[in-house]
Design a protein around this ligand. Structure first.
Ligand SMILES: [Mn+2]
Length: 396
């Protein structure tokens, strides 16, 4: 069985006021070309189709038209499209009936009483087990075991079985995600991939935007085809599509990738880290005029330095005659870590970020700043205290 694996499109994203529709159209257009060239048995879209739970009608229309175009690129292909944490699970299933007639399977929910609905047969080729994003606390304790049992009953043990999910897996590389703002990543809401069982030949994942293969080549995040944020542009971060071939059940999947180049690349100035204002403006002035980039300026402020009062003016002057556009100013104040005397850029947390953050994460960054090791036993003690505080609050 041959599949193309993609996820995290985030269609309709409001990107600092820029319309990303042309970039999304280009991405889906190139995906259609890839489908025509590769003729896969299935296309997997592993969640976060839209950026918001309530996409506008124009954005929904664009999605529908593009999905039909992908179907027409190779009508014999099965398409499995699950919802992610950014999508609305119920809305995702509204037009399930007409989509099914095009061999497109839109899955947004899990019904523990009817797990067979999530197991899709790709005729003569194998099976795809589709598990849309669900908060772990709404899953039965035995969910993965029951699902695996059902899969083993419904499949033949000869043809490959592929799992599709939208979840954060423990011990992955979360680079590019704002861990402090997203407690589903990095902390308590992570799934241990071993819980899924050993039935699946390939686990096609969405959610984490950094492409990566793990579980001895049996699991992969295909990554976001176009960077969703400026932190997704750094060395080692690839954007594109994944092509997977599996001969039979038990065989190791063969994985290839196809790069996607965004029409409006995201550019950080400087490329890595932060630099002082004058150096940033100088680099902006020297930025090639023919690249239609969206640009973030990463400015380092020393001591009691402030941003210049005419900053917008300076930016606009530096960009004159260039196709590049200014998107965001990202200032950071240099701080010295007391305990170590080390000086560097430390991202200050806003009150809003602090309120949303997981206390253990906050404690860990505090420990790092103060230069002491937050050991596992400290963590245990800290969690105990947290629990008793939460309990006392509940009782109030
Ligand atoms: Mn996403």
């Amino acid at each position: 069985m041959k599949i193309i694996h993609t996820s995290d499109w985030h269609i309709g994203q409001n990107f600092f006021g820029f319309d990303r529709r042309p970039d999304h159209e280009k991405m889906i257009g190139e995906l259609a070309d890839l489908i025509i060239a590769e003729k896969p048995d299935a296309l997997i879209v592993a969640g976060d189709i839209y950026d918001s739970q309530t996409p506008g009608s124009g954005i929904q229309k664009m999605f529908v038209e593009n999905m039909v175009a992908l179907h027409k690129a190779h009508p014999a292909m099965t398409i499995v499209c699950i919802s992610g944490n950014h999508d609305n699970a119920s809305r995702h299933e509204i037009h399930q009936a007409p989509w099914t007639s095009l061999n497109v399977h839109m899955l947004g929910k899990i019904d523990s009483e009817n797990l067979s609905a999530n197991i899709i047969e790709v005729e003569d080729k194998g099976w795809i087990v589709a598990v849309p994003y669900t908060n772990e606390r709404f899953l039965d304790e035995e969910f993965y075991l029951n699902l695996q049992e059902m899969v083993n009953e419904m499949t033949d043990g000869v043809k490959p079985v592929i799992y599709v999910g939208h979840a954060a897996m423990k011990d992955c590389d979360f680079a590019g995600h704002d861990i402090l703002n997203d407690r589903f990543i990095g902390g308590i809401e992570c799934t241990d991939i071993e819980e899924l069982g050993d039935t699946y030949d390939y686990i096609a994942l969405g959610h984490i935007h950094k492409a990566q293969t793990f579980k001895n080549g049996r699991a992969r995040y295909c990554g976001s085809p176009l960077p969703v944020g400026f932190d997704e542009v750094r060395s080692g971060y690839e954007h594109g599509f994944t092509i997977v071939e599996i001969e039979g059940h038990g065989d190791i999947p063969k994985i290839r990738t196809e790069e996607f180049k965004c029409g409006h690349p995201l550019v950080n100035i400087p490329t890595e880290g932060h630099a002082e204002w004058s150096a940033v403006i100088e680099e902006l002035r020297n930025f090639p005029s023919d690249i239609a980039a969206y640009i973030r300026l990463n400015v380092l402020l020393k001591d009691d330095q402030m941003l210049p009062y005419d900053k917008e003016n300076q930016i606009m002057t530096a960009l004159q005659g260039k196709r590049g556009q200014y998107a965001l100013l990202n200032p950071t104040r240099e701080q010295t870590i007391q305990a170590t005397g080390q000086t560097g850029a430390v991202k200050a947390m806003s009150m809003e970020e602090l309120l949303k953050a997981d206390p253990v994460t906050v404690m860990k960054s505090y420990a790092q700043m103060e230069g002491f090791t937050f050991t596992e036993s400290y963590e245990e003690m800290f969690k105990e205290i947290l629990e008793s505080v939460n309990k006392a609050e509940d009782e109030d």
